[in-house]
Design a protein around this ligand. Structure first.
Ligand SMILES: Cc1ncc(C[n+]2csc(CCOP(=O)(O)OP(=O)(O)O)c2C)c(N)n1
Ligand SMILES: [Mg+2]
Length: 632
């Protein structure tokens, strides 16, 4: 059949299915896009013609639409996503940040940027980068380092192998991430004889890879020989739908479980072995057990710097690691014993291999005691206080409104650390907690939350967004209104970049550059150079974020107290359309650190006494860093 490249691609995408555990469904939920001269006639025409098989959704910012796809993919356990089409030039480069986020978080997204003419005739076309030394370069080459697969389709026939390669990578749990097919604007519109088979329904099966028997036996022997084993559950546990297998292993063995950001909620907080967050933003319970653990069993984690508290969290002499992971790259980290396998299969196999064995009863009991004590600490922190509300109490209110099935979405600022520590996870499949912390990208919150809501319309989706993150990318709230995506965006206004302000103060730099307005323009003076900040809490910013959200078409609820917030959340979640809830919080009321640390280097020389003191403290803390190079 003779079709244009764009028509063939759209029909191909609509025909792709993915299957796991015998369940198959379409891989692409649709295509987000913003049209320009680089895609309006090619992809635009094809999407119009085939709107019945691949629905089109208009976005307001290309970065945001990639975030929507990432949020969607994560909520669907990476078994479905959106395609994203852009024009050539700025529309395409706007996707670079979204691509990096997807690739770092190992989430499948398909990017279809327009590209400059393959014929080279109108060169330099509008928005073209000219590289005198290399005529084949275009701005789309920025997408290469942030894509797991990149191809520029310069001839129509090339689409066939390129599209198949794209699907291989997108559906592979090891390789997945952003995939880019750059489409020169002339090639999009060129027709070719498309093989029938290319357009037929195709199912990509995600097989569950079992561990090598020898690797499993070694892992079981190491666990049996351990005195203080600890599981660290990562996002892979949730993506693999292995939360029940994790719970069964914890029940059978009494091994305590700590969680990364992506793995948060893998084990419900009520479980006696659930220690919650570990690492730089960890709970006292998890970090104390991590300190003493002699064997750490990472499951589906890529061991980000935060998880190990910059390699200071695990302090037992000769602490060893076992890494259960589908990706050899991650399984080899920390000179651990690599167990390359699907998380669910491996957890079930470990439970069988450990039948009859239990961890030392005193160690398990310590986990339960610490978890209970930290639960009391959480209750203390989320309780409403006098005066300006605290962010912790906002989190407590959202947690209650979310119940067992609601989802909280967040990405950057002070909230991710607070959520990691404070959130009581209740959803048995771990789908109630969605903090993007691989890239911790300001601006992800709103579009990411829209993706979650599109993936799970039956759930209430609460987006917790700081004023700074809000200002970076509010525009796609207009998309949420236009498309009827009923998120609840809780705008937590503390008048600037409070998290970085606190970090700056702790490093001796007095919160420099983290308030919106300069002091000479009526903004607040620099903070006191100590971690407690000024005595009187400063009122939030001069920007009326509630009015901003209203102007984009949202219903907005303005609240002043936690009691009002609770009512507003209840009202908002009953509303079908998107609702924003605006609340001012105390910029200086942070949640404490619980023996977590983060390596942020401090100036080695300075005229400032506060910086010199911070450097001395930094050097003391850095002495605890380890390399984890034991022989397994
Ligand atoms: C795109 C992007 N730019 C910069 C940063 C660095 N950064 C991390 S948190 C933060 C401030 C966030 O402010 P806000 O959303 O108001 O949250 P708060 O810190 O006040 O809790 C900044 C600038 C980032 N994570 N992402
Ligand atoms: Mg803020």
């Amino acid at each position: 059949m003779r079709l244009t490249v764009a028509q063939a691609l759209v029909r191909f995408l609509a025909a792709q299915h993915v299957e796991r555990d015998g369940e198959a469904h379409p891989f692409f939920a649709g295509c987000f896009g913003i049209f320009g001269h680089g895609n309006v006639a090619g992809m635009g025409q094809a999407l119009q013609q085939h709107a019945d098989v691949l629905p089109y959704h208009q976005a307001r910012n290309e970065q945001a639409m990639v975030h929507v796809a990432s949020g969607y993919a994560r909520q669907r356990n990476r078994l479905a996503t959106f395609a994203c089409t852009t024009s050539v030039g700025p529309g395409a480069t706007n996707m670079v940040t979204g691509a990096a986020l997807a690739t770092i978080n190992r989430l499948p997204v398909l990017l279809l940027p327009g590209d400059t003419f393959a014929t080279r005739t109108p060169h330099p076309v509008l928005q073209q980068l000219e590289a005198p030394h290399d005529a084949s370069l275009s701005v789309n080459d920025c997408l290469r380092p942030v894509s797991r697969f990149f191809e520029r389709v310069e001839r129509p026939e090339q689409l066939v192998p390129a599209a198949l390669e794209a699907m291989r990578v997108l559906t592979d749990p090891v390789d997945t991430g952003a995939v880019t097919l750059a489409l020169p604007e002339d090639v999009q519109t060129e027709a070719f004889e498309v093989p029938d088979a290319f357009l037929e329904e195709r199912t990509w099966t995600v097989y569950r890879r079992p561990p090598a028997p020898e690797a499993l036996a070694r892992a079981a022997a190491m666990i049996r020989g351990a005195e203080r084993p600890l599981i660290v559950a990562g996002g892979g546990v949730i993506y693999s739908a292995a939360t029940a297998a994790l719970r069964a292993l914890a029940d059978a063995t009494g091994i305590p479980v700590a969680e990364t950001q992506a793995g948060r909620g893998a084990l419900a907080s009520e479980h006696p072995m659930s220690l919650g967050a570990v690492g730089a933003t960890g709970t006292a319970a998890a970090n104390r057990l991590a300190y003493d653990a002699d064997l750490v069993i990472g499951v589906g984690t890529r061991w980000s710097d935060f998880t190990t508290a910059s390699k200071s969290a695990f302090q037992a002499p000769h602490v060893r690691f076992i890494n259960v992971n589908v990706a050899a790259f991650d399984a080899a980290k920390h000179s651990g014993l690599p167990v390359e396998a699907d998380a669910r299969v491996a957890l079930d196999a470990l439970r069988e291999a450990l039948a009859g064995w239990r961890a030392d009863a005193a160690w398990s009991a310590r986990a339960t005691d610490e978890a209970r004590a930290f639960g009391e600490e959480v209750a203390r922190l989320v309780a409403p206080t006098e005066g300006l509300p605290h962010q912790a109490a906002v989190i407590g209110a959202i947690n209650d409104a979310a119940g067992e099935t609601g989802v909280v979405v967040c990405a950057a600022g002070s909230a991710p650390g607070d959520l990691h520590k404070l959130w009581r996870a209740r959803d048995p499949e771990g789908k109630g907690y969605h903090v993007e912390y691989g890239y911790s990208c300001m601006g992800y919150e709103i579009p990411g939350g829209m993706g979650v809501k599109l993936a799970a319309p039956e759930r209430d989706v609460f987006v917790l967004v700081g004023d700074g993150s809000y200002l970076m990318m509010p525009g796609d709230l207009a998309t949420a209104v236009a498309e009827g995506i009923g998120i609840v965006a809780v705008i937590v206004d503390n008048g600037g970049y409070a998290s970085i302000g606190a970090l700056s103060r702790s490093l001796g730099s007095a919160g420099f550059g983290t308030h919106y307005r300069r002091a000479e323009n009526g903004g607040p003076p620099l903070d006191a150079a100590d971690a407690s900040g000024p005595a009187a809490p400063l009122r939030a910013s001069h920007v009326d974020l509630a009015a901003n959200a209203e102007s984009l078409g949202l219903r907005v609820l303005r609240v002043k107290t936690i009691l009002e917030l609770r009512d507003a959340l209840d009202e908002a979640r009953r509303d079908d359309g998107p609702v924003a809830v605006h609340i001012e919080v105390d910029r200086y009321a942070g949640v404490p650190d619980y023996e977590g640390w983060w390596d942020v280097p401090v100036a080695e020389v300075s005229d400032d006494e506060a910086v010199r003191a911070a450097r001395a403290e930094y050097e003391r803390a850095r002495a605890a860093q380890r390399q984890y190079v034991e022989t397994p």
